[in-house]
Design a protein around this ligand. Structure first.
Ligand SMILES: [Zn+2]
Length: 238
């Protein structure tokens, strides 16, 4: 048995558990920062891709519409040419053939005109969608910038807290009586922050299994006791 007073050992375990929990929390927050940064960066990329896709679709539409305008111009010129030929028609038959050709070409031009108008309407919708995607991207970029700045601001503060707590941990560990320290180190190696548990209502605070009365008495006497179910090192509440 250790020569240290049992009460000291018990309160050290309590302190150690608190430090382990705080360290685990800080490390979780340190890990969370880069995760948040990755998430906002991915969101920026997603929105950039979405905008680029709409712009590409708008361009395809514009190119098709330009091509149709050109076709329409060619078609209209062709009709003008046919009308000129009407005056020079040598026979009724030739005249009728020219009239039929003009009617067919006018039909083609009318379809083209409808398609061009449709494309213009669609193009207006694209302009609105592009403006919306632009706004969304700007907001997402702004949010990403803020997240980057906040994570960068927090990181050194969290690291300083980790350093401080790790020093506190080493101090508390060195205060443990020798036999308790060996058991503690072994359990910490295996279970990390889950190495300790408070005895609550004669149950292990880690796994909720009942602690035999003789175990409780040993803990009261300041002896190092591990839960026989989960292996956590047990201590009594304040
Ligand atoms: Zn347990």
């Amino acid at each position: 048995m250790s020569s240290t007073s049992p009460n000291v050992g018990v309160s050290i375990l309590r302190t150690l558990h608190r430090i382990h929990r705080q360290l685990a929390d800080l490390k979780e927050r340190l890990d969370r920062g880069p995760r948040q940064v990755r998430a906002v960066d991915a969101n920026v990329k997603r929105n950039e891709d979405a905008l680029e896709k709409i712009r590409a679709e708008a361009k395809v539409l514009r190119v098709a519409s330009d091509r149709k305008q050109l076709q329409l111009k060619v078609g209209e010129d062709k009709i003008k040419d046919l009308r000129r030929k009407l005056n020079a028609a040598a026979s009724n038959r030739e005249y009728q053939a020219l009239m039929d050709q003009i009617a067919a070409d006018e039909m083609t031009n009318s379809v083209l005109t409808d398609e061009i108008l449709e494309a213009l309407e669609e193009s207006d919708a694209f302009v609105k969608n592009i403006a919306k995607a632009d706004d969304t991207l700007a907001a997402v970029r702004q949010k990403a910038e803020e997240t980057h700045a906040e994570v960068a601001r927090q990181e050194p503060l969290l690291r300083a807290d980790v350093d401080r707590l790790e020093a506190e941990l080493r101090g508390a560990e060195s205060d443990l009586p020798g036999d308790a320290r060996d058991l503690y180190k072994r359990v910490v190696r295996q279970k990390g922050e889950d190495a300790l548990a408070v005895v609550d209502n004669q149950c292990c605070g880690g796994c909720n299994q009942q602690i035999p009365l003789n175990y409780c008495n040993q803990i009261l006497l300041g002896q190092p006791v591990a839960c026989k179910t989960c292996g956590r090192l047990l201590y009594l509440p304040e």
